[in-house]
Design a protein around this ligand. Structure first.
Ligand code: PLP
Ligand code: SF4
Length: 316
C-alpha cells in the first residue's frame, strides 16, 4: 500500500488498514460503493471508530433505512435539467454535471441517486446551449467531481465555455484538493491558462479541519498564484462537524490555506442519509455561537437548498 494512487474499495481492507474491528453496523454490500483514496485514509486516526473523517466514508446499514422526507431527488435536480448534464435553477448561472465520478464516496452525498448520463457529448451540447442562452453569465462545473476527469475531456469542456463572451465567470466545485490532490495535477496547466477576465473560482468541499493538509495547502497556493478566487462549502454533519470548536477550527484552517468559507449547507435529504441530519434549531444555535468566535469574513452562510426556490435559502 505504498502506491499513493491506491483506492480502497473493500471494507475489510480499509478496516485492516485503520486497525478497526468489523462491526455489525457496517454495510458490506452498499449500493453506493465504498471508495476511499489512500491519501484520504491516511488522514483518519487509526483505531478510532468515531474519527470525523471515517464517519464520512464508512457505509452503515442505517443507510438502508427509509425515512419520510428523504428522497432520491431531494433538491429538484430532475426538474432543473435543461438538457442532459445542464441544470439551471437560478438566474444568470447554470450548473454542469461534468462527470459522474468522484475520487471519494461521501455517504451523505445528495447526488448519490442521480441518474447520470454519458458525458461524451457534453462539450458540444454546452457550447450550443450557451449560444442560445446569452443571459447565463456563470458556468459552474459540478458532478461528481469535475476535476476528477481526463485532461483531454476537461480541456474540451472548459474550451466550450471560455469561447463564449457572455460567460464572465467559470466556477469549479470540487472535493479533490482534500481527497486525492495528486489526481488534480494533470489539470493544473489547463486551469492556469484560464484568462483572468473569466474570474475563475474554485469552491472546494471540506467538512473538517483534519481534511486539510500540506498537499491541499500547496494546491491552493498554486491556484492563488493563478489568480483563482478560493472558497469552501461544507455540509453540516451530525457527529462530524456539529460543534462550535469543529466549525471554528475549520474556518481558521481554511483561511490559513488561503480559502474563505462560503456555504455551510444543511443536509440535503437524500434517501439513506438521515443519520447525518442536524436539526435546524441546533444549526442556527451553532451559527450564532461561531459568529461570536470568528471575524465576519470567516463565518459561512448557513443555507438549505429547497427545490424550486430561486436561490439557496438562508436559515439565519
Ligand atoms: C447551488 C447551485 C448553484 C450555485 O448557487 P450559488 O448561490 O451561486 O453558489 C447554481 N446552480 C445550481 C443548480 C445549484 O444547485
Ligand atoms: S465528492 Fe461531492 S459529489 Fe462526490 S460523493 Fe462526495 S458529496 Fe457526492
Amino acid at each position: 500500500m505504498s502506491d499513493s494512487s491506491f483506492i480502497f474499495k473493500h471494507l475489510s481492507d480499509l478496516l485492516a488498514y485503520l486497525e478497526l474491528p468489523m462491526d455489525e453496523k457496517y454495510d458490506l454490500t452498499p449500493s453506493f460503493l465504498l471508495q476511499v483514496p489512500l491519501h484520504y485514509a491516511q488522514k483518519i486516526e487509526k483505531n478510532n471508530p468515531l474519527d470525523p473523517l471515517l464517519l464520512q466514508i464508512l457505509p452503515l446499514l442505517e443507510e438502508k433505512k427509509q425515512k419520510s422526507g428523504f428522497t432520491k431527488d431531494p433538491v429538484g435536480d430532475i426538474n432543473a435539467t435543461q438538457e442532459p448534464g445542464i441544470l439551471q435553477k437560478y438566474n444568470s448561472r447554470a450548473l454542469v454535471i461534468s462527470t459522474c465520478a468522484c475520487s471519494l464516496h461521501c455517504r451523505f452525498c445528495f447526488r448519490k441517486h442521480f441518474n447520470y448520463e454519458s458525458t461524451e457529448a457534453l462539450p458540444n451540447r454546452l457550447d450550443r446551449w450557451l449560444g442560445s442562452h446569452p443571459d447565463v453569465h456563470e458556468i459552474i462545473f459540478s458532478g461528481g467531481d469535475p476535476l476528477f476527469t481526463s485532461p483531454s475531456f476537461f480541456k474540451k469542456l472548459t474550451d466550450s465555455v471560455l469561447k463564449h463572451e457572455t460567460v464572465k465567470t467559470i466556477r469549479f466545485h470540487s472535493r479533490l484538493p482534500v481527497t486525492d490532490p495528486d489526481r488534480l495535477e494533470p489539470l493544473l496547466p489547463i486551469l492556469k491558462t484560464i484568462p483572468l477576465k473569466k474570474n475563475a473560482i474554485l469552491v472546494s468541499h471540506v467538512n473538517h479541519a483534519k481534511e486539510l493538509d500540506e498537499k491541499s495547502s500547496a494546491l491552493y497556493k498554486t491556484l492563488r498564484e493563478a489568480r483563482f478566487t478560493l472558497l469552501n462549502q461544507s455540509v453540516l454533519l451530525r457527529g462530524i462537524n456539529d460543534t462550535v470548536k469543529a466549525l471554528v477550527d475549520l474556518s481558521y484552517k481554511l483561511f490559513s490555506q488561503g480559502v474563505l468559507p462560503y456555504y455551510l449547507h444543511q443536509l440535503d435529504k437524500a434517501e439513506g442519509t438521515s443519520h447525518f441530519e442536524v436539526p435546524d434549531s441546533q444549526a442556527i444555535h451553532l451559527l450564532e455561537n461561531i459568529r461570536i468566535e470568528l471575524p465576519g469574513y470567516l463565518v459561512p452562510r448557513l443555507v438549505r437548498e429547497i427545490a424550486n426556490e430561486k436561490s439557496k435559502t438562508p436559515l439565519c
